[in-house]
Design a protein around this ligand. Structure first.
Ligand SMILES: [Zn+2]
Length: 339
């Protein structure tokens, strides 16, 4: 079982939460942060700590009765209100049945009761129903709400809660999280971490997304034979790949940047680290050799991608922007002597 202290990253939030819980400073907590940041995992650790018989600065003990029951999903004093599968919201009736009518009943196993509630799934009516419980909770009841943006909740609800924001993770932390949970190559973990913008849940979704992996393969195949492709092929068949993925162009350009970002370490003669499949590494090394790629040319290639990305963000026309970028890439990845 992963205890509070073993959650990767979020040092500040963890310290703050520990301080709040250890000193019993609030009855209602609100964890905020983008979808996939790990609010629910953190809320689970908080619930464990509140319900555990022997909590410490590491969090719940993991071995007492309450810890065991919460792990099994059978702890009677732990009430979790997340939408049932298939539903998008927590129904008002659920709030009434599982919170309001339960609130004053004494805990059965632990000294406290914890209500963990998905604030994103709580409509106006649900919040109104909950409010009274938040205003006058019995001594033993604690609430933990999770929400992507605090503004989604009514001011009256917010005023009852201590808010703890969860921040975006560093790329290295996302890599660590991916590698701890999945069988994933270092290069893919690094790629998804970069694309995830510091949100582990997004990186995890990407690692399971076959369309994305196929798109990456297809893109890399185009790039790995750039030096052998004619101008007309670039502007027809290669362009059509970009056109087909127009709606995901930000992701395509990020994948492209990530591909280019692997060259510097390969250009270093001391390179030993295996970034990816040996086949691709060999192909990239071949490209470096046959095209006489230099750091300057690599930089210009990367700049063309950044420029394209900026141009598209400013709503410049798609076709000429991508065509210009592809021609620059082709130029920089072609042997200077032979062109
Ligand atoms: Zn315990």
């Amino acid at each position: 079982m992963r205890l509070f202290s073993s959650l990767i990253g979020q040092k500040r939030a963890k310290e703050r939460i520990y301080h709040l819980l250890d000193n019993d400073l609030a009855r209602t907590y609100l964890l905020t942060g983008p979808k996939g940041i790990g609010k629910r995992s953190m809320a689970m650790q908080m619930s464990r700590m509140l319900l555990c018989d022997n909590p410490s600065s590491e969090g719940a003990c993991g071995v007492c009765g309450p810890c065991h029951y919460i792990e099994q999903g059978t702890h009677p004093d732990f009430i979790c209100l997340y939408p049932e599968s298939g539903d998008k919201s927590v129904k008002v009736a659920t709030v009434r049945n599982r919170v309001i009518s339960d609130l004053r009943m004494y805990p059965q196993i632990s000294k406290r009761k914890v209500y963990l509630i998905d604030g994103d799934a709580l409509g106006e009516e649900g919040q109104n129903a909950l409010l009274k419980s938040l205003e006058e909770p019995p001594d033993f009841s604690y609430f933990i709400l999770t929400v992507s943006e605090a503004e989604r909740l009514q001011k009256t609800v917010l005023s009852r809660a201590v808010t703890v924001p969860l921040n975006r993770y560093t790329e290295n932390e996302v890599v660590e999280i991916l590698k701890a949970s999945f069988d994933i190559s270092s290069s893919d973990a690094a790629l998804f971490a970069r694309l995830s913008n510091g949100v582990p849940g997004v990186a995890i979704e990407m690692s399971k997304n076959n369309d994305l992996l196929e798109m990456k393969d297809e893109l890399e195949n185009i790039l790995l034979r750039l030096d052998q492709t004619s101008d007309s092929e670039i502007l027809t068949s290669d362009f059509s790949f970009f056109d087909a993925n127009k709606s995901d162009i930000d992701q395509v350009l990020s994948l492209l940047m990530s591909f280019l970002g692997q060259f510097p370490s390969l250009m270093n003669p001391a390179h030993t680290e295996d970034l990816q499949s040996p086949y691709k590494t060999d192909m990239m090394k071949r490209m470096i050799k046959t095209t006489g790629l230099t750091p300057d040319r690599l930089m210009r290639a990367s700049e063309s991608v950044v420029l394209a990305s900026k141009a598209l963000a400013l709503n410049c026309s798609f076709e000429p922007t991508i065509a210009r970028m592809l021609m620059t890439l082709k130029k920089e990845f072609t042997n200077a002597q032979s062109s």
